[in-house]
Design a protein around this ligand. Structure first.
Ligand code: HEM
Length: 440
């Protein structure tokens, strides 16, 4: 008599095939599966491929940190590839490893600190325009404002003075379609191609000039070398720069959009933010990095915004090798789905999960130590977001300077609807009315 094989724990799940895309239905489907079967669910997709929904925090950490080499990027990334070529977000294996090693030093804290001035400049320009709107009693499409702010900022950080001299030379921003057109259709792909041509011209001019290289991401990427002393080819450089533009603006813009909405609807949070900003940044034009690091409430407010509305709400991976996560078999070839949005709202991990409460990220109140939180808006492990520190500084500069000048009220009380594409956004723009604060 043979003994049953106890090493294999088959995960519970539906017997009928389940379709999973990168769309709003997928959020509902995954959430319903979790309610019914628990935090680890086995699924069969319509073509017969196995898939797993992993919402167990330790299993997520195990997959992303310890066992990450067993996986590559999963379904949905083909669409992103159309836009980004083979840049860091979509590449895998040796190509990714080489690029990550070459690019990572550009994001050192020291380098990011040198960009704080650009962050402050982009914020101050916006404040001037908002002041004019406030004086006329007008309102702001804050969603569009945040897209424009974050796009302008990343383009200036990448291209430095070439942003104005070459990119805006024709009197329009050729990348504006990125912040305006959310569709990922062929038209956008064509516009990305045109933008690549323009970036190629900027690179070529930089290569030809004898002037000293300025300090910006383009210069750092052009000077980066791999372990054999090789630079990026022009084609690789283009993929990495387009990746940086897209990765660097949409996520921060989305987070700031939600942050302004939450501030307009939570007066206590607005007051706490204002008090911290006034104490730290009154009469400051360009904040220094230590002051920004010490803005603990602002940090907590942003972390809580990212808990409730993580821009990358769904990650997918495809197993390249067999794996065991928390005792459960994941076979090679299977797709794995992880959702920060669902995990961040799972009641076993977070009390009153749908409530906005920045205090839960106060280290003195938090039930979790920082490295153990069931929280992964920037992913975890070796593929963790490279722009995390950059984005916190950008968002702190933006909110810290602007909250001192404006009180915002919502024009419509309707709860914003979620738009769940590759990134989580609001389906309709959030409209706010700015009022100029009395300054002492
Ligand atoms: C609130 C802001 C941001 C959030 C929530 C965010 C989130 C993420 C996430 C979840 C990933 C991993 C995706 C995956 O593995 O499937 C990622 C990767 C990445 N992010 Fe961010 N991001 C943000 C801002 C930025 C900024 C401002 C930059 C650049 C300036 C940036 C650059 C990148 C890059 C280059 C990668 C690819 C890393 C790799 O695969 O090695 N991100 N980001």
């Amino acid at each position: 008599m043979s003994l049953p094989d106890n090493s294999k724990r088959v995960l519970p799940g539906p017997t009928d095939p389940v379709a999973l895309g990168i769309d709003p239905e997928t959020l509902e489907t995954l959430d319903a599966l979790r309610s019914r079967y628990g935090n680890m669910v086995g699924i069969t997709k319509p073509g017969g491929r196995s898939a797993y929904f992993i919402n167990d925090a330790s299993a997520v950490r195990q997959l992303l940190v310890k066992n990450h080499t067993r996986y590559r990027k999963g379904p949905g990334f083909e669409r992103v590839k159309m836009l980004l070529g083979n840049g860091l977000i979509v590449s895998d294996g040796d190509t990714w490893r080489r690029s990550r090693r070459m690019i990572q030093p550009s994001f050192s804290r020291q380098n990011v600190h040198r960009l704080i001035e650009v962050m402050a400049d982009c914020t101050v320009t916006r404040a001037a325009a908002w002041e004019a709107v406030a004086k006329e009693g007008g309102s702001l499409d804050i969603t569009q404002e945040m897209n424009d702010f974050a796009l302008e900022l990343i383009l200036k950080c990448i291209f430095g003075r070439d942003y104005e001299e070459q990119i805006l030379a024709e009197g329009r921003n050729p990348f504006a379609f990125l912040s305006k057109d959310s569709a990922r259709d062929l038209r956008v792909v064509m516009q990305v191609r045109e933008s690549r041509d323009l970036i190629a011209q900027v690179i070529s001019k930089r290569r030809d000039t004898t002037d000293e290289m300025p300090f910006d991401f383009l210069a750092m990427y052009m000077q980066a070398t791999d372990k054999n002393g090789q630079f990026f080819s022009d084609a690789e450089l283009l993929d990495e720069l387009i990746t940086l533009i897209v990765a660097g603006y949409e996520t921060s813009a989305g987070t700031l959009n939600w942050a302004w909405f939450l501030l307009a609807t939570h007066p206590g949070a607005e007051l706490a933010l204002l008090q911290e900003a006034s104490a730290s940044l009154a009469n400051v034009q360009t904040p220094d990095q230590q002051t920004l690091t010490d803005m603990h409430y602002t940090q907590q407010l942003l972390e809580e915004t990212l808990r409730l509305y993580p821009p990358v709400w769904l990650f997918t991976r495809r197993a390249e090798q067999n794996d065991i996560l928390e005792g459960c078999d994941i076979e090679a070839g299977a797709d794995v789905y992880l959702s920060p949005y669902i995990l961040h709202r799972t009641a076993t991990y977070w009390s009153k999960p749908d409530e906005f409460d920045p205090g839960r990220f106060d280290p003195e109140q938090s039930q979790y130590k920082k490295g153990e939180r069931p929280y992964f808006p920037f992913s975890l492990g070796p593929r963790r977001c490279l722009g995390e520190y950059f984005s916190f500084l950008e968002m702190k500069v933006h909110l810290g300077l602007l909250i001192q000048r404006f009180h915002m009220t919502l024009v419509s009380d309707l709860e914003p609807e979620l738009d769940l594409g590759i990134n989580l956004r609001t389906r309709h723009s959030i409209i706010l009315r700015p009022e100029i604060r009395d300054r002492q």
